[in-house]
Design a protein around this ligand. Structure first.
Ligand code: PGA
Length: 237
């Protein structure tokens, strides 16, 4: 199981350090845990990944950070393609460029895909076509790829996709890739168990609910329990 926290534009460096200290009081046996803080809170820690990165070592790219800045903190994990980045006009071509660059650097890549509500309303086939376009230029065979299915309409709304929607979508995604498949979009303490029990769900990407370290710790504990309940789930470690 993989349990990842996306802080988005929340928390300072001091708060992130305190968070990690608290988080590490539980053991992560059988669970892969990742934490994506804002750039200003990047620290050298095996749990940490960057929420975004420019596809270059360094250069004249105002407001961006690249490989050189990530290397300072020994960061080897990056989140790419999040819908909140796509809203900021990141094209598929540009995201694919980032993917290629960080793949070549051996990074673990959490790659986000997901459809807007108007596409979901048209049905599962349309959803998959939409997601396939988000896979353009992405090497689905990359061994350090983790895919997060995050329907745009479920992110930050408090309304997650239904278990049936997640199950059907992940089943289709499984036909396209053997990479671990996370679900993201309003994952909370009260729905994480049911979501993790769904076939082809290998973990979760959690936004708002991860901000409270006590809640996130409990989520990890639940993920550990599910692993034993769902013996057919692949061992991802
Ligand atoms: P949410 O965010 O848990 O607040 O819906 C998920 C995400 O955007 O990764």
């Amino acid at each position: 199981m993989i349990v990842a926290a996306n802080f988005k534009m929340h928390k300072t460096r001091k708060e992130t350090i305190e968070y990690l200290t608290e988080l590490k009081k539980i053991d992560f046996e059988n669970v892969k845990v990742a934490v994506f803080p804002p750039f200003t809170a990047l620290i050298e820690d095996e749990l940490i990944g960057a929420q975004n990165a420019y596809p270059a070592k360094n250069g004249a790219f105002t407001g961006e950070i690249g490989l050189e800045q990530l290397r300072e903190f020994n960061i080897k994990r990056v989140l790419l393609g999040h819908s909140e980045r796509r809203f900021l006009n990141e094209s598929q071509e540009f995201i694919a460029k980032k993917f290629e660059f960080y793949k070549n650097e051996g990074f673990e890549i959490f790659y986000c895909v997901g459809e807007p509500l108007e596409v979901r309303k048209k049905g599962i086939e349309e959803v998959i076509e939409y997601i396939k376009a988000q896979f353009e230029g992405i090497d689905l065979e990359y061994d350090k790829l983790i895919i997060a299915y995050e329907p745009v309409w479920a992110i930050g709304t408090g309304v997650s996709a239904s278990e049936e929607e997640i199950q059907k979508t992940h089943l289709k995604l499984r036909e396209l890739t053997s990479s671990p498949l996370l679900y993201g979009g309003s994952v909370k303490l009260n729905n994480i168990e049911n979501i993790l029990k769904i076939k082809n769900v290998d973990g979760v990407l959690v936004g708002s609910a991860s901000l409270d370290v006590e809640v996130f710790k409990q989520m990890i504990v639940k993920a550990k329990e599910i692993k034993w309940l769902c013996k057919e789930k692949r061992d991802l470690l």
